[in-house]
Design a protein around this ligand. Structure first.
Ligand code: OMP
Length: 218
């Protein structure tokens, strides 16, 4: 797999904004990781505007996807989905409805847990990262509970880790739900970027060690 120019730009951008950082991090799954992608650091207008363009670029690459509504799961998916539909409108002339969920059920006012466009028809999920797939499964359950049909998922980073079994978290979701899971970049591409850049020998070997330990078998 070779790096496309928008993927290289995305990795450079994420490193420069410290959204993608290297060190030692404990993940939700309990795994100790030498890198972390923190979508909470898209914390200013320019960064948020930029990330939307990258998700929109993946959608252009995957132009066979037939979706009616973009769904951003609370909390981190909300600004990401908003920024994606803005990019689709501004750069591709596509006016796509979007919605998100509340984590708390509201029993007054408009009630319900979905805010924005009704969650009906074919739904595309936009989220930050997939590791073991727990967060994505929660979103898929919300969409099904609302009687809508999930048709795909796009995350910024696919960490390419094994889920509960031998296959990757993504492969497992693709098998269980029959939908594609796409990403702007994945661990292999991040490793490839570091290799191309040069001067990161120590970091590279730690990243590869991690991939050997938790990564998918190819
Ligand atoms: P899974 O639910 O195991 O797929 O983990 C995905 C979630 O973990 C993301 O939605 C984040 O909340 C968090 N996460 C990151 O944000 N960045 C990472 O690089 C790794 C994780 C993680 O904890 O695995």
């Amino acid at each position: 797999m070779s790096l496309k120019s928008y993927q290289r730009e995305f990795i450079e951008f994420a490193i420069s904004q410290e959204i993608l950082s290297f060190g030692s991090f404990i993940l939700k799954s309990g795994r100790k990781s030498p890198y972390f992608f923190n979508a909470g650091k898209f914390n200013k207008g320019s960064a948020l505007s930029t990330i939307g363009k990258y998700y929109a670029a993946v959608l252009q690459d995957e132009n066979h996807l037939d979706y009616d509504v973009v769904f951003g799961p609370a909390y981190k998916g909300i600004p990401l989905a908003s920024s994606t539909v803005i990019a689709l409108s501004e750069h591709y002339n596509k006016d796509v409805p979007y919605s998100f969920n509340r984590k708390e059920i509201k029993d007054h006012g408009d009630g319900g847990s979905i805010v924005g466009a009704p969650l009906k028809g074919n739904i595309l999920i936009i989220d930050d990262v997939i590791t073991a797939g727990t967060a994505i499964r929660e979103s898929l359950a919300i969409i099904k509970e609302n009687g809508a049909t999930p048709v795909g998922v796009i995350v910024a980073v696919d960490r390419q880790e094994r889920g509960t079994g031998e296959v990757s978290a993504i492969q497992q979701i693709e098998q269980d739900y029959g939908i594609p899971v796409m990403s702007i970049v994945n661990l292999d591409l991040i490793i490839q970027y570091l290799k191309e850049k040069g001067g990161y020998d120590e970091r590279l070997s730690i990243m590869k060690e991690y991939r050997d330990m938790y990564g998918i078998k190819k």
